[in-house]
Design a protein around this ligand. Structure first.
Ligand SMILES: [Zn+2]
Length: 448
């Protein structure tokens, strides 16, 4: 799809290094000039005075459910939600049906999703015990990295054993890709879950007790150890426990290539909220007590947490109802991702520059998409999120594009509104609504 021409004039650019006023000129979908007083030369002009101009968000962690789980949600709804929320690239997880575990399945998934994408997308392959020989083939076919589910997940992919994890990280060291880990020890989760089940408890805190911090801490230690010994690059996604953060902080200070992601729900919700939201806020690993939340914020601000992801994980309403132990884990999150973090930044929880750093540049780097994606610079794709920092509005579940719109943030008053989402020079969403009639997102292939 041809890119657009656009001059974004008078905004305040927000990049990891700081903020400054400048115009951005996009030609044929690519940023060709950044500077003051640029002349439109016939291009369409977007007045961004009083607004913040951020790189479009690269959401490294979405489960759009297609193919195979369309009753939960699909790629059309998911990428419309992304566009509405200022996300211009999504990195789609491989636990769809069938799981993406070889080059052929990866290509077929890319073919299927192309033509349904309202934003650009990249694909991860899955890692399990039977497909170590497929990793090179998947990279060749366009995978931007791999995901290993160490704990139980949607799609019931068996977790890889230690040997497979080690070998995958050896390959990572040699070939330069990132392995993303769902970092919970399956055996421990199973034991604690059985213990809670045998007590017959299904109160709102039961889920939290079924996956205590040691499940994350053990997985983080193992991943950090193997990354240390192999020189491979590991990203532990959705870290919720302070103990796991401490493991990552120590390993990183020794120069180990281990990265940590957390998600808005861990930063903004705590165990105090289970009484009110119950299964609606059930995620894996669970949202923990306030002490953990405090440590996560500290880790965001001291650089231990290097990325944020939404962990967009929709389910049907039936799956999210009932008691917390039987309900599905995960909630639609891609549309609220940037708004929630903007609100947090504008209220002083972290510098606003953390948004382009943790939600654009770093994810793009880890998955070989930088500087095409995740960067506000000449030569990068003209992907922008333009934000009014003074606007206040209320998050409403009914405004979500998800097939089954629900969010624990329903009714939350937030500051900072995504006014325009620009994908390769074209306004794809305006004021929270998709502004194009046909999808124009493309599959992007990484450079590892
Ligand atoms: Zn996930």
């Amino acid at each position: 799809m041809p890119g657009g021409d656009l001059l974004v004039r008078g905004g305040t650019l927000v990049v990891p290094e700081g903020t400054f006023e400048a115009d951005v000129l996009i030609e044929d979908g690519t940023i060709v000039m950044i500077g003051r007083g640029l002349s439109p030369a016939g291009h369409e002009v977007l007045d961004a005075r009083g607004m913040l101009v951020l790189p479009g968000v690269v959401d490294e962690h979405v489960h759009m459910r297609e193919p195979g789980l369309e009753y939960k949600d699909d790629f059309t709804h998911g990428t419309m939600a992304a566009a509405a929320g200022g996300v211009t690239t999504v990195i789609e997880m491989p636990n769809t049906l069938p799981p993406v575990d070889d080059a052929d399945k990866l290509r077929r998934k890319a073919d299927l999703l192309s033509g349904r994408a309202y934003v650009d997308f990249a694909l991860l392959g899955v890692l399990h015990d039977e497909n170590l020989d497929e990793l090179e083939g998947m990279l060749g076919a366009g995978a931007v990295g791999f995901k290993a589910f160490l704990g139980p997940t949607t799609g019931n992919i068996p977790p890889p054993g230690d040997g497979s994890i080690y070998e995958a990280l050896e390959k990572s060291s040699r070939l330069g890709f990132t392995v993303a880990f769902h970092g919970e020890n399956w055996d421990l989760v199973r034991m604690f879950t059985e213990r809670v089940r045998s007590e017959g408890k299904v109160d709102p805190l039961a889920h939290l007790r079924s996956r205590p911090p040691v499940c994350e801490e053990e997985a983080a230690q193992r991943i950090a150890l193997y990354a240390r010994r192999t020189g491979g690059r590991a990203l532990i996604v959705h870290v919720a426990a302070a103990e796991a953060i401490n493991v990552v902080r120590r390993a990183r200070s020794d120069g180990v290539e281990v990265y940590a992601e957390t998600c808005p729900h861990y930063l903004l919700l705590s165990a105090d909220d289970y009484e009110r939201y119950g299964a609606l806020m059930k995620v894996n690993p669970p949202v923990r007590e306030r002490d953990h939340q405090r440590e996560l914020w500290r880790a965001v601000n001291d650089g231990t947490i290097q990325t944020l992801g939404s962990d967009h994980a929709p389910h049907s309403r039936e799956e999210k109802s009932g008691d917390i132990m039987s309900a599905a884990a995960g909630v639609p999150a891609v549309q609220t991702f940037l708004p929630l973090m903007l609100d947090a930044a504008l209220k002083g929880k972290m510098p606003i520059t953390k948004i382009p750093e943790l939600m654009a540049r770093n994810p793009a780097r880890l998955f070989g998409l930088y500087p095409k994606k995740g960067s506000l610079s000449v030569g990068s794709d003209g992907d922008l999120a333009i934000v009014d920092p003074k606007a206040e509005w209320t998050v409403k579940a009914e405004d979500l594009y998800a097939k089954h719109p629900m969010t624990p943030f329903d009714g939350l008053r937030v500051r900072g509104k995504v006014v325009y989402t620009i994908l390769r020079g074209v306004v794809v969403a305006e004021s929270g609504r998709v502004a194009i009639s046909e999808p124009r997102g493309e599959w992007v292939i990484g450079r590892t």
